[in-house]
Design a binder for this molecule. Sequence first.
Ligand code: FES
Ligand code: FES
Length: 168
Amino acid sequence: MIPIEAFPTLELNLVVNGLPRAVNVNPCVTLLDLLREYLHLTGSKKGCDHGQCGACTVLLDGKRVNSCLILAVSREGSTVTTIEGLGSTSKMHPLQSAFIRHDALQCGYCTPGQICSAVGLLREGQAKSRDEIREGMSGNLCRCGAYIGIVDAIADVMASGSTLLEDQ
Ligand code: FES
Ligand code: FES
């Protein structure tokens, strides 16, 4: 097997959380590893690293994706929003506030992915009921079983007609 270090790095330009970022990256690196290891944005979590848990969900060009399944160099020029770009302690995104209000987490490991996925779900505009929220969020697992609070939080924001659909 050829060691990863043997591949030449490529320059990659992305807009991450509203800021232009240029990095020289190994072509084998996933978007998740780029965010965590190169850009030190550790909000996005590595759970399974195989596209099965949703912990690594971010918004890529406005759509939710499992960042562990995407080669970073394949997304030259794209826009990425992570949990760090959705809101801050002093100005939380409506879904971040709702997760706190509804106690929608225990250990919090899945939470960044849950919130990014929920933003994507609401932007898609397909979910109209609690069952459809559950279906739409089925790719995001929570080992702590905080599902009732998660659905409550998303349903709350959906019902509020919040302007969370604005592009971030
Ligand atoms: S870490 Fe990407 S889906 Fe699990
Ligand atoms: S809150 Fe612990 S995994 Fe979801």
